[in-house]
Design a protein around this ligand. Structure first.
Ligand code: ARG
Length: 601
């Protein structure tokens, strides 16, 4: 599940926040982000709406991509709604069309809009000016693609809670999916200038430890102090053996429960060099194998981190009357929820929910988060609804629960490292065939980029709420919407630029993009829409907006390249810049998706 606080940026046009420019004159500060294409147009329509209908000022301007590109690139859809709201006022426009005409008449001069046309009851179709697009691209090539970041994210403090496997239990595909999606959301937020804290909320404090520690203790008559790495060498084996005993022997179950209380109460031999630490270290080494392959960085801050905060948090909730006693347990009853959030069990123990309550408080109060994003499996949605509700009552703001959920395949446990390595191994032959000259290191690099990239892409391209079928053949295909296809497409453009023998970064300093051919205009528009894709990805927490965008970009490039000669044409300078802008935008997408870029395949 992904949930975000209600404070997450909505889809509405958010005018650029005042940029924080560094004061040092030496730092060549990039110009402030003016927002995505859609945000800029919405800002223009906002001005026109406020000016044309002062009584409606502040009513948000609605601009969306046009459904049918034949009619326009974008569309403003305010006229019908405004007409309804203005009804009965003196001088109210007589129909939505009249509203639309007034909006067009008041549109400020931005240079962005080439033409508008009215359709249906009052839709305003907007065509972006090719000249404006040409200089938009030229400027981007000179100042960097970060100047295209959508507005509304810079400077925000965002916690992304993702991956978060459980110690001693295996990491499963649900965790892999969380790792991949969370990493993309974090990259995308970082690209937009947010201050991101990537947290791995590892399950390192749960009831499984009582079972494991007690099992080790009883296997070693000398006691826990004699425990060694051998005991935790194979966590799967240890876990299974302990679990079996736990399920079969009532007395052991009881001792295991007591062991958890000992552990959580901080008894040193349970915690340190012996059992708990050893188990966590062994698990950590396993998880790290996955993170290394995926190139994912995140900070471990497991459940145990919040242990000292649990009692004060529950006391505080009780004192404020947010939590109350029910059947001996301390519970938060969240409005509208069927079941309460149990923050302290009747035996005095704390659980998953208590920890998450403490985590919300810590993240808001200490980490100063203004947005907390959880990426976990769908099964936990009601938990986060409760934590969000309880958390809001508690610290103001709050963590979860605006209904953005993602379902992951859980259940069948797959050996993830093998799964990743198999994807890599399967592409090796293709790589060798295409690049017989490549050194073993190059083959390794290419296979890793394509194999691991393929797994990520296959995951990210699906809507996060849908399950999908895992198929090596599909994900490693060189055709269609796959990482392999995209990496080839990028390498091909890079090779066009390389073979031209021109230094495009030098060229970009003096030459300009000029758009004449219809396919040039279409490509330029598609490149510029990158900022919309980034905004949509974050506003809706949907990484597949980026993969969809990337696919449309490759398609637009192919259509351009089929019809427009680049090297040796009179338009060579401008067309090389278009190639470079395409390649740069693709590389930026790869970076957001966590895919290693390749220049030669
Ligand atoms: N460890 C949990 C699991 O495997 C996920 C933790 C998600 N994050 C959180 N703050 N609860 O399902």
């Amino acid at each position: 599940m992904i949930s975000s606080s209600a404070a997450g940026p909505g889809g509405a046009a958010a005018p650029a926040a005042a940029p924080q420019l560094p004061t040092s004159p030496a730092a060549a500060a990039p110009p402030p982000a003016l927002g995505s294409l859609r945000q800029r147009l919405a800002a223009a329509f906002q001005q026109s709406l406020d000016a044309a209908f002062p009584s409606m000022a502040g009513e948000p301007a609605i601009v969306n991509p046009c459904n049918n590109p034949k009619f326009g690139d974008y569309q403003c859809n305010n006229a019908m709604g405004l007409h309804g709201k203005l009804k009965g006022q003196p001088d109210a426009p007589k129909n939505p069309r009249a509203v639309a005409e007034a909006l067009v008449a008041h549109l400020p001069e931005t240079g962005m809009v080439a033409e508008t046309s009215l359709a249906g009851p009052g839709f305003i179709n907007i065509r972006i000016s090719p000249d404006w697009l040409a200089s938009h691209l030229t400027t981007m090539l000179r100042q960097g693609i970060s100047t295209w970041a959508p507005a509304g994210y810079a400077g925000r403090r965002v916690v992304v809670d993702f991956s978060s496997p459980n110690v001693a239990k295996e990491m499963h595909v649900g965790h892999l999916r969380s790792t991949i999606i969370g990493d993309t959301l974090a990259h995308t937020l970082e690209f937009c200038g947010a201050d991101v804290l990537r947290l791995n909320h590892i399950g390192d404090w749960g009831t499984q430890f009582g079972m494991l520690i007690q099992y080790i203790a009883e296997k070693r008559p000398e006691g826990l102090n004699a425990a060694s790495d051998e005991d935790v060498q194979d966590l799967q084996v240890l876990y299974r053996a302990a679990k079996q005993r736990f399920d079969e022997e009532e007395a052991f179950k009881q001792r295991a429960r007591e062991a958890v209380t000992e552990l959580q109460g901080g008894r040193p031999e349970y915690l340190q060099a012996c059992a708990w630490q050893r188990i966590c270290d062994a698990s950590r080494r396993e998880f790290q194998k996955i993170y290394d392959r995926l190139g994912v960085q995140l900070q471990e801050r497991g459940e145990s981190f919040y242990n000292p905060m649990l009692k004060p948090v529950v006391d505080d909730l009780m004192q404020r009357g947010i939590a109350e006693e029910s059947d001996g347990a301390k519970c938060v009853f969240v409005e509208g929820a069927q079941i309460p959030l149990i923050v302290q069990k009747s035996d005095g123990g704390f659980g998953y929910a208590s920890t998450d309550m403490a985590a919300v408080k810590h993240r808001i109060e200490t980490e100063k988060a203004d947005w907390i994003i959880y990426v976990t499996d769908m099964g936990q949605s009601s938990h986060f609804d409760l934590v969000g509700g309880g958390g809001r009552g508690h610290g103001g703001g709050g963590g979860g629960g605006d209904g953005k959920k993602f379902r992951s395949r859980s259940g069948d446990v797959v050996r993830l490292v093998e799964l990743l390595d198999e994807a890599k191994q399967r592409i090796v032959d293709t790589v060798k065939e295409r690049r017989p000259d490549a050194t073993p290191e190059e083959i390794e690099e290419m296979a890793a980029a394509m194999g691991y990239g393929a797994v990520k892409y296959a995951d990210l391209k699906n809507h996060r709420t849908t399950n999908y079928k895992f198929s090596y053949d599909d994900m490693l295909s060189q055709q269609g919407n796959t990482a392999v296809y995209q990496l080839y497409a990028h390498a091909r453009i890079a090779s066009i630029v390389r073979k031209s023998g021109r230094d495009v970064s030098e060229l970009a300093k003096t030459a300009r993009v000029v758009l004449g051919h219809e396919k040039e205009v279409a490509l330029a528009l598609q490149i510029a829409r990158f900022s919309d894709a980034v905004d949509e990805c974050l506003a809706e927490l949907l990484p597949h907006r980026i993969t969809e965008y990337l696919y449309d970009l490759s398609t637009a490039f192919n259509q351009f390249y089929t019809e427009c000669q680049v090297v040796g044409s009179p338009e060579e300078d401008s067309r090389l810049l278009l190639c470079e802008a395409t390649a740069l935008t693709m590389r930026t997408c790869f970076q957001l998706l966590g895919i290693q870029v390749l220049y030669r395949i």
